[in-house]
Write a protein that binds this ligand. Structure first.
Ligand code: NAG
Ligand code: NAG
Ligand code: NAG
Length: 966
């Protein structure tokens, strides 16, 4: 067989290419096979050229020209083709796509360091941006009627959002056992793995993320391994081919889907690295083991690279004698490419020690970005002194921000932190501190860790905490494009760039900014977008508060600034320039007063944590003239009831990933693992409360004055929730525990160790029917008699329906109303009418929904994909709705969650009603009795609690009888 193929070689080949004498027959065959693929004339020419250059050579192998080409190629740096921006058509252009003219847009181009704003038109054609600003009528005449024209009426337009860290497609939604393709745990260093090989083309998140303006994502392997594999950039739009490869953006040489000419410089490749806790955990090792795995792997790659270089230096000088085959190894070629400076290394790495460990490596390769990097802001100089001034020209260098050019970028979450030791010092001020140091800041989703649909919200929060507006917008557009090496076509609005465009319903840094439409490769992505009228002030970037002192303290205290607040110097606090006053009244929230600007503000007097004068009488402050009161100017701010957080283990744990910092998990009723002594007990969260935990204090300082937590469980029975004051220093302080026991909590659904759903419902039926003894029996009896609320964590509308039937069954037997609340409840909107009829309320712990699991997949996505969302639908059926959270770090963002809900409700939710969603409604839904916390008030400066312009400056607790000031 081999002999036969070898015989097919044309004889004149053999005449020119002399096979080295020592070469055996097998080698000759493989060489011949290589040659067969190359057009004849190129070869002959190449070999002739070679001959003329190296007359001394005695024996030139048959693969000489190919090898020499390879040698030359080793040193070419990734770059777009020289004439790339003169292209007339995108390689991703879909024939038949009509040209589009966007008229009257306010365009943030990304240019001039993110300060350029062009008012005018945008012409998209051939998958490209053809013109920005003024479009000549002569240009338009070409299109005649074949032009889609859209009047944006001045709307803000930005480049499509670029997510530098995503697991779209590899960790796809809904999560199924068959779709977990993020991590391989077959080895700690596997540079040969490729995320594209697991890319699910049916991830429901593609469209959802597009609906948030995301157009491009770098799909990274996970962080289980030190070297997790190669990452690939995709565009999120569906393709005609319906293939994974057709979604790729500029795949490196070996994949098809976007034209790549091997004669041109290579494309950038991307690779995932990880250090710190994840690889340690997965491989039962330590940081030392992980760093060794890097060193060992890179050492292998270095040896291959050196032998290649040596080989090539001989080959190019004609010393073929004894050279043999070009040294390479498919497993390590990507890592060799790293050493050749052709791979963007995206490194999951948190702590100073880890950053140091990677940067001080002896292998000298640049790192594109440190992701998560929660301690980077504490060691900016470490990053600035990193190896590898990246000297490859960036097409927009002049236009862009004067960074510490060569230093790795830092890709962050805005406020998600403290979930493990290495994230414990995460700071909301990190983006601005890093930017102040000239480092590149990227906000990323780590989708589905954060839903990338709301990646822009990360940039908005970074802006709120001090990152300048130009950099905040760049952090999800231009900067990631630069960091991934795609700034020749992405991240900017410039003629010749990809037509990836988002038109927004408000300024993109305004809370809740939502796309009116999204174009990818010039193709509009949302069929019939819905929108909501935003307040006029939302067309401007929010004027954010001054957090300079806090940012300074974050550094001063090595990432753990004390979160204590100041006590007023008097028991009388006089708030002046109060523009809005909201108070609780009969189970709802009322706006007592809404000033229309600083000139019509009021003065509110608080004594011993209670309002003694609400400003309705203009003279009230005079009563306090001359006394030694504490005066606070709210500058047009507000006083409003404290918010309540429910849904996470707030105050039940400090660091999620550290068992020794948590209350822990209750025994599983279904696995008989309860020790006899507590068999018939019901666990009380109150017994496990931990005060002065950082997440709780952050929540407190953001106006969440009360928390409600249930015991953590793996499924079914959880226990009794408790109501506590987030600002309390310890449990025995006055008012620390607001209500020892609130509701009885169970979970019904598919949890790791649970039996069938129907078994779980059978168990609930039995418990409600008096089938248990001891405290367990007694508590369920209380529930059956309607004396205690039963809160069921449940996602699926089918399970909720079965529970409604069960409620009716029990009520028929007992003759009392069963107080039932669903929490989680992603699919509640499907049965909104029945929920209303049966007086079942809902706490949505994912108010902006995501089809995370099969049970929660039937979401109502909301704007711009649907006019309504679960909140508006439930409210319209008179269902009491509360807004909760899932993870305790996000308790601090409750005020923005409820504000956002109001912004998407087409005017159906007032500010007072928005505040109710995370206060009085939750109390109602979890059986919190009126009492202690009812006088709680939050003072904000510069706006209401719902605004990005404001910050919390005071917390007035009637229950604890204290006022805390910032
Ligand atoms: C652009 O839209 C804004 C808002 O509708 C309008 O005031 C302005 O006149 C428009 N400009 C042009 C040039 O059409
Ligand atoms: C790659 O795609 C291009 C454009 O669709 C096509 O012309 C070419 O034949 C493809 N190459 C391979 C090897 O499939
Ligand atoms: C909701 O309540 C209002 C006021 O009580 C009532 O007018 C309306 O019909 C109710 N809607 C539904 C869907 O039950």
């Amino acid at each position: 067989m081999a002999a036969m193929e070898s015989d097919k070689l044309p004889s004149h080949f053999l005449n020119h290419a002399v096979v080295p004498a020592q070469s055996n027959r097998r080698r000759r065959v493989s060489t011949a096979l290589l040659l067969l693929g190359i057009p004849l004339f190129i070869l002959i020419q190449a070999v002739l050229t070679f001959h003329s250059q190296s007359p001394r050579t005695s024996s030139i192998p048959i693969h000489a020209s190919k090898t020499l080409q390879k040698c030359r190629h080793l040193h070419t740096k990734p770059n777009p083709p020289p004439d790339f921006n003169l292209r007339k058509q995108s390689d991703r252009f879909v024939p038949g796509t009509r040209a589009t003219l966007l008229r009257n847009a306010t365009i943030w181009t990304g240019g001039i360091k993110g300060f350029e704003i062009v008012e005018g038109d945008l012409l998209l054609d051939q998958g490209l941006i053809k013109a920005v600003g003024r479009v000549d009528t002569s240009v338009l005449e070409v299109y005649k009627t074949d032009l889609v024209v859209m009047d944006l009426e001045g709307a803000w337009v930005t480049p499509g959002i670029v997510d530098l860290h995503s697991h779209l497609g590899v960790d796809s939604a809904p999560e199924l056992r068959g779709s977990s393709d993020t991590n391989s745990v077959k080895g700690i260093a596997q540079p040969w793995l490729r995320s594209v090989d697991g890319l699910n083309t049916h991830d429901e998140a593609y469209l959802l993320s597009i609906a948030g303006g995301v157009t491009t994502a770098v799909v990274l392997p996970g962080s289980a391994d030190a070297i997790g594999g190669q990452a690939f950039a995709i565009k999120l739009r569906p393709t005609k081919e319906r293939s994974a490869s057709s979604m790729l953006l500029e795949p490196p040489f070996f994949l098809n889907g976007s034209d790549v000419d091997p004669a041109l410089p290579p494309r950038w490749r991307q690779m995932k690295h990880a250090c710190g806790e994840n690889p340690s955990r997965v491989y039962s090792g330590t940081r030392m083991d992980t760093i060794w795995s890097f060193r060992e792997s890179y050492n292998k790659a270095r040896m291959i690279k050196e032998s290649q270089d040596e080989y090539c230096s001989k080959a190019t000088t004609g010393q073929w004698e004894g050279l043999g085959e070009f040294p390479e190894d498919l497993q390590w070629e990507a890592l060799v490419d790293v050493l050749r400076g052709r791979v963007k290394i995206q490194t999951h790495c948190y702590e100073a020690t880890d950053l140091d460990g990677l940067l001080s490596n002896e292998f000298q390769f640049p790192i594109a970005a440190f992701h998560h990097a929660s301690e980077a802001y504490l060691v900016p100089d470490l990053l600035k002194n990193a190896y590898g001034k990246i000297t490859f020209p960036s097409s927009v260098d002049d236009d862009f921000i004067d960074f510490a050019e060569h230093a790795p970028a830092v890709a962050l979450f805005a406020t998600n932190g403290r979930y493990k030791r290495e994230a414990y010092r995460a700071s909301e001020f990190a983006p601005r501190i890093l930017a102040d140091n000239g480092l590149k800041v990227v906000m990323k989703s780590d989708h589905p860790v954060l839903n990338s649909r709301y990646l822009l919200y990360e940039a908005q929060q970074a802006h709120y905490y001090g990152l300048r507006g130009n950099l905040a917008l760049a952090s999800v557009t231009s900067t990631p494009a630069v960091v991934m090496g795609a700034d020749h076509r992405l991240g900017f609005i410039k003629a010749g760039y990809d037509a990836d465009i988002v038109a927004w319903d408000s300024h993109p840094l305004a809370l809740g900014a939502t796309p009116k439409q999204v174009w990818i490769d010039g193709i509009s992505q949302i069929d019939s977008p819905f929108s909501s009228q935003k307040p006029a002030s939302f067309q401007k970037p929010p004027a954010t508060p001054d957090f300079d002192q806090e940012a300074y303290e974050a550094i001063k205290y090595d990432g753990l600034p004390p979160l204590q607040m100041r006590q007023p110097k008097s028991d009388v606090v006089i708030f002046i320039n109060v523009a809005n006053l909201f108070v609780r009244r009969q189970g709802s929230i009322h706006e007592v007063y809404s000033g229309a600007g600083v000139e019509s503000t009021r003065t509110v007097v608080v004594k011993n944590g209670v309002i003694v004068c609400d400003g309705s009488e203009p003279t009230c402050e005079r009563n306090y003239d001359g006394i030694n009161a504490e005066w606070m100017d709210l500058e047009g701010g507000s006083l409003s009831p404290g918010l309540i957080s429910f849904g996470s283990p707030l105050a039940m744990e400090d660091i999620q990933g550290e068992p020794s910092t948590r209350d822990g998990t209750v025994h599983d009723l279904f696995h008989g693992d309860s020790p006899k002594i507590i068999e018939d007990s019901v666990i009380r969260a109150a017994d496990g409360l931990q005060f002065a935990v950082r997440d709780t204090l952050y929540a407190y300082q953001a106006g969440v004055m009360t928390g409600i937590s249930a015991p953590s469980s793996r499924g079914f029975l959880s226990g009794l929730s408790t109501v506590f004051a987030t600002g309390a220093g310890h449990k025995l302080e006055k008012g620390a525990v607001v209500q020892e026991i609130a509701a009885l909590h169970v979970k019904i659904g598919h949890y790791s160790s649970s039996p069938s759903v129907s078994t779980q419902i059978a168990a609930l039926r039995k418990l409600l029917g008096g089938g248990a003894i001891g405290e367990l029996g007694a508590r369920f009896k209380e529930v059956a008699k309607g004396e205690m609320t039963l809160a069921v964590a449940v996602e699926s509308a089918d399970i909720m329906s079965s529970l409604i039937k069960l409620k009716q069954e029990v009520e028929t037997q007992t003759g009392s109303d069963l107080r039932l609340t669903f929490t989680g409840a992603s699919e509640a909107h499907i049965i909104a009418q029945e929920l209303g009829k049966n007086q079942i309320g809902v706490i949505l712990t994912r108010p902006r929904p995501f089809p995370m699991t099969w049970e929660s997949r039937r979401i109502l996505p909301g704007l711009p994909l649907s006019k309504d969302n679960a909140i508006t639908v439930l409210l319209s059926h008179n269902v009491t709705v509360g807004i909760g959270i899932e993870e305790q770090w996000s308790a601090r963002n409750t005020r923005f969650d409820v504000a956002w809900a109001a912004l998407e409700a087409h005017g159906e939710i007032s500010k007072a009603e928005a505040l109710a969603l995370a206060s009085v409604n939750i109390e109602k839904l979890l059986g919190v009795k009126s009492g202690h916390s009812h006088g709680d008030l939050v003072a904000t400066r510069g706006g209401t609690l719902l605004d990005f312009q404001s910050r919390v400056v005071g917390l007035i607790s009637s229950g604890r009888g204290v006022v805390d000031l910032v």
